[in-house]
Design a protein around this ligand. Structure first.
Ligand code: SF4
Ligand code: SF4
Ligand code: SF4
Ligand code: FES
Length: 945
């Protein structure tokens, strides 16, 4: 095994379709117009010395190392900033150029600490390489003049250091922060000899606006910016390409290793979702893999009040099988079920639903997508015919107007946010529909054309009003509707949407957004050449989540914004594999590929392959399983990689359901909150410890590759296999690739997918089959998957969750960049320096009314429960709205969320809860008790020798 090395071509690729032919060092070269001479040379295999050029940012031309000669032109232009021209004759190497380059290098080296032998970058330093490449043998100026060698090192960032003594002021870091990340945290301050890289207002990195994405570290050609892990462990010696296990962007990384130790994660330039960029989580927050809290032995206990007892895998698996069979014998086949994980691989998820259907003999399988994007699946399948987003991420490069609804990509989908911001800086216009003034509304060099700060729970009123303007102001794309859509459905919908109750004036009363702003935003969206909608859980996690998804689909069809690049309806999926867990048949009514369990032909396909008979009736959803547990008819559950106690709504109800069960089996990395109610704990494996695939928000199937052995001895898929075997069904797979072969055999949209194909092409977007052997970046081109696009009536029905005198404020929730969901992983990494606790954002007006000051403890109460946390006073939220994150178990925002849910899918209404906020003295009684209970339930007795 060796390090996967990617060529740095020096400057970005040109997108031009016309080509130019030239000669470089006697070789004939043809490249796209606009390509730099440097890139043209590199593509031909001719290395031009360089320091300030880097192919992820535009050329800058400051180091003067890449000089070339061009026949017929005077001087020695920089090859990184000079574009190719037809017939050009270029020389990159001769005596004159070599001398000029050596002179440049001499100046650099005369102000550089010559500690190469002990430098952490030794062997991976471009300055060192270039000194060799230009044949530097002496430094005539000596090393005694004015220099920067005593500059102080900045170690404030938990993951990387900044040593100005080694800086060559090439500005690659500054440009990476601007162009790739879009944060603009760095500048070159001062002039001439005094010029230096400055973070923020010339402060340390941690205090600056740096978001620790690491783009600057990756760009730095020296050891100035370098990962602390490289300093501690040393240079990596081999690497494996894999996929990030945090969010639905699905960034591709090179896991750079020394033996079985990860040295660093480097975003893969060939990764089609991220093109070499990452956020702080994927690049740096992988230390949880080796955290001391990892549970590495299976554990059992008779009652949930008993201490845990470590046991062998055989005993644990045997107990699970025996208990589930006993429960089924005593209480019926349907008394047990399973929950699949959107954090696990497709192969693992497929096996859990197969276990439930083929071994348990029922369809009681559900997934956490129930609580996030299930309305997306339902809404888009009814309108377009497919339960997935329509575009690839690259498509945003062609958008003229971007509408972001109920999503905060800067924090939740950071790498896509950087991409989107780049497009916005190029001139695309932005509409933000969000109760909160998110970062996108105004950030460095970005300003939304319209921010519609609607009241939580009024998305459908807003979307209907936008559509009303389109219909009544004759902005409909008539040709598109006539040719591509069901015209009768359109006529019915247009009649409905044109009614006065759907006008912006009517919507203004519900949404609180002035009618003229809604009208202007609608004209903007409808009038764009290409308009794309991106949305998140702020759309789906409502009682009308599905209706809102349908309303967005209606809007896109009415304006013709479907079926080509730059447009579409794009759900920003939360979990790394939430798309895959849905695709793999995790819902109680659907087999893999979204085929209804009642379809006898589909069932027959699986029955023949699996050699069992399948139940035709849909099984129980998560909330129904919990209800049935409280009622006594549901007694056992297998939960793979989900912490439903923290992540599902109405914590008290979840706890009551779990406490009522006789056998709760939790398979996870850590003793999570749900494990407090478990009888069996099976230690899970991280994404670094197994093979498989994830599917990101753009339907992209990417490989997860094992870089170390499972620390507990078994990968998650092997555990599920062992349970199935112990319960009597022999499923045999030697490798997850064989599970994917089965998925492909049984699922038409995956028919062309195999590990072999993934090795060849890197990643694939489904559908991938005979019709689309290389996958499908953009869906519904030419025609919709369902044939004609279907307009659906989307009547606005206000939620039953109403504010009143007892609960006068509306609570909405979201994520921040450094933490991930319930924080099980990120809280066990250096990321805690950015977010030690969940805080409640409250508008100054509401805070003043309640006598609350910034940082005060407040009691947050709803009709479902209460919690306490500290207040942050900010006008990011409108008066009447409060906001918090849900990353910390001792806050548990879901204690206050209610059991209201989406009418079609049961997706909980997380985003709207009527609450009251009052001053408090500190944590509530349950929060104090939580610590003690957590401590007690984690007492582990070692296995008997
Ligand atoms: S880590 Fe990212 S945000 Fe921070 S300075 Fe570097 S590029 Fe900018
Ligand atoms: S920190 Fe690195 S990338 Fe930035 S200017 Fe200095 S040497 Fe160049
Ligand atoms: S954007 Fe998402 S997938 Fe990419 S590195 Fe960050 S958490 Fe991982
Ligand atoms: S690499 Fe071209 S001027 Fe620095």
């Amino acid at each position: 095994m060796s390090l996967v090395s990617e060529i740095d071509f020096g400057t970005p690729a040109s997108k031009a379709t016309t080509t130019v032919s030239l000669t470089i060092d006697g070789f004939a070269v043809t490249v796209p117009e606009g390509t730099s001479i440097m890139r043209a040379a590199m593509q031909t295999g001719i290395k031009v010395p360089k320091l300030c050029a880097y192919d992820m940012v535009d050329a800058f031309g400051s180091c003067r190392l890449c000089l070339v000669e061009i026949a017929g032109r005077p001087g020695t232009p920089a090859s990184c900033t000079t574009p190719v021209a037809e017939g050009m004759v270029v020389t990159t190497q001769n005596q004159r150029l070599a001398k000029l380059r050596r002179n440049v290098m001499e100046l650099y080296i005369s102000d550089h600490p010559l500690d190469c032998l002990t430098c952490a970058a030794n062997g991976d330093c471009e300055l060192q390489d270039m000194a060799g490449a230009v044949g530097l043998r002496e430094v005539r100026y000596g090393y005694d003049g004015a220099n920067h060698l005593k500059s102080e090192k900045d170690q404030s960032n938990p993951y990387f250091t900044f040593d100005p003594a080694k800086c060559i002021v090439c500005s690659r870091c500054v440009r990476a922060c601007e162009e790739v990340q879009g944060t603009f945290a760095l500048t070159i301050d001062g002039r001439g000899f005094a010029s230096h890289v400055a973070a923020g207002m010339d402060e340390d990195f941690l205090a600056s606006e740096c978001v620790s994405c690491g783009a600057c570290v990756q760009a730095c050609p020296t050891a100035t910016l370098i990962e602390k892990s490289v300093i501690e462990i040393g240079q990596p010696e081999h690497s494996v390409v894999t996929t990030c296990a945090y969010c639905g962007v699905g960034c591709s990384f090179k896991a750079e290793m020394r033996g079985e130790q990860v040295v660093r994660m480097v975003p893969y330039k060939d990764g089609k979702a991220n093109h070499g960029h990452s956020c702080v989580k994927g690049r740096f927050a992988w230390g949880y893999t080796n955290h001391q809290d990892r549970i590495l032995k299976p554990m059992l206990r008779e009652r949930i009040t008993d201490p845990w007892r470590e046991v062998s895998w055989e005993e644990a698996i045997g107990r699970v099988a025996a208990e589930f069979r006993r429960i089924q014998t005593q209480h019926g086949k349907g008394a047990v079920g399973g929950i699949t994980s959107s954090r696990c691989t497709n192969e693992e998820t497929f096996l859990v639903q197969k276990l439930v259907r083929a071994v348990f003999g029922n369809n009681n399988v559900d997934t956490c997508a129930r609580v996030c994007h299930s309305p997306t699946g339902y809404g888009l399948s009814k309108t377009f015919g497919t339960s997935a987003g329509t575009q690839d991420f690259d498509s945003v490069d062609d958008a003229d107007v971007v509408m972001v609804i109920g999503a905060n990509p800067t924090d939740a989908h950071p790498v896509f946010a950087s991409r989107m911001k780049k497009r916005l800086r190029q001139g695309a216009k932005l509409i933000v529909v969000d109760p909160r003034r998110t970062d996108l509304v105004r950030s460095a060099h970005i300003e939304a054309a319209y921010h519609l700060p609607l009241r939580p729970g009024t998305n459908v009123a807003m979307l209907n009003a936008l559509a009303h303007v389109v219909v009544t102001e004759r902005l409909v794309a008539e040709d598109f509707v006539r040719e591509r859509c069901d015209t009768q459905a359109f006529a019915d919908w247009a009649g409905f949407i044109a009614r006065p109750e759907n006008s912006p004036e009517a919507a203004a009363q519900f949404t609180g957004v002035p009618a003229e702003d809604i009208r202007a935003a609608a004209r903007h969206y409808a009038g764009a050449g290409n308009a794309a909608i991106y949305y998140g859980l702020g759309v789906t996690e409502h009682s009308q989540g599905t209706t809102a998804v349908m309303a967005m689909a209606n809007l896109a069809m009415a304006t013709g914004n479907i079926g080509r690049r730059g447009v579409g309806i794009n759900p920003l999926r939360g979990q790394n594999n939430v798309q895959g867990s849905c695709d793999m048949g995790s819902f109680p009514h659907e087999l893999p590929g979204y085929r209804h369990i009642s379809d006898a032909n589909v069932r027959a396909l699986f029955e023949t392959d699996w050699g069992v008979r399948l139940e035709p009736e849909p099984g129980l959803r998560i909330p129904n399983m919990l209800d049935a547990a409280v009622d006594g008819s549901f007694r056992g559950i297998y939960i793979q990689g989900e912490d439903i106690l923290q992540s599902d709504p109405d914590t008290h109800h979840v706890a009551a359901g779990l406490a009522a069960m006789e056998c709760v089996v939790v398979q996870d990395l850590f003793l999570n909150e749900t494990a407090n109610y478990a009888h069996v704990f099976l230690p899970g494996s991280t994404f670094l410890e197994k093979d498989g695939t994830f599917i990101n928000a753009e339907r992209r199937i990417g490989r997860v590759r094992k870089v170390m052995q499972p620390r507990a001895g078994m990968a998650d898929w092997e555990i599920t296999l062992a349970i199935a075997k112990a319960m009597g069904l022999e499923m045999h797979y030697d490798h997850p690739s064989e599970i994917m072969d089965e998925i492909a055999r049984l699922t038409p949209t995956f028919a062309g997918v195999s590990y072999e194909k993934l090795e060849q092409v890197g990643s694939l977007q489904w559908p991938c089959n005979d019709k689309a052997p290389d996958g499908t970046p953009v869906m519904h081109v030419g025609s919709f998957v369902r044939g004609k696009g279907n307009f659906l009536i989307t009547e606005f029905v206000p939620t039953d969750e109403k504010i009143g005198p007892r609960f006068p404020l509306l609570l909405t929730t979201g994520r921040i960049l450094s933490q991930y969901n319930v924080g099980a992983q990120t809280r066990r990494t250096g990321n805690v320096v950015w977010h030690e606790e969940d805080r409640l954002e409250i508008h100054p007006h509401d805070a003043e009314q309640r006598g609350v000051r910034d940082g005060d403890w407040v009691r947050l109460a709803s009709r479902a429960g209460e919690t306490s946390l500290r207040a942050r006073i900010t006008d990011r939220v409108a008066p009447g709205v409060v906001y918090t994150t849900f990353h910390h178990p001792n806050t548990q925002a879901n204690v206050v969320t209610t059991d209201y849910s989406d009418w079609a899918t049961n997706c909980p209404e997380y985003k709207v809860t009527a609450v009251q906020v009052t001053p408090s003295n500190g944590p509530t009684a349950w929060q104090v008790g939580y610590r003690e209970q957590a401590r007690r339930s984690r007492i582990v007795l070692p296995a008997a020798e």
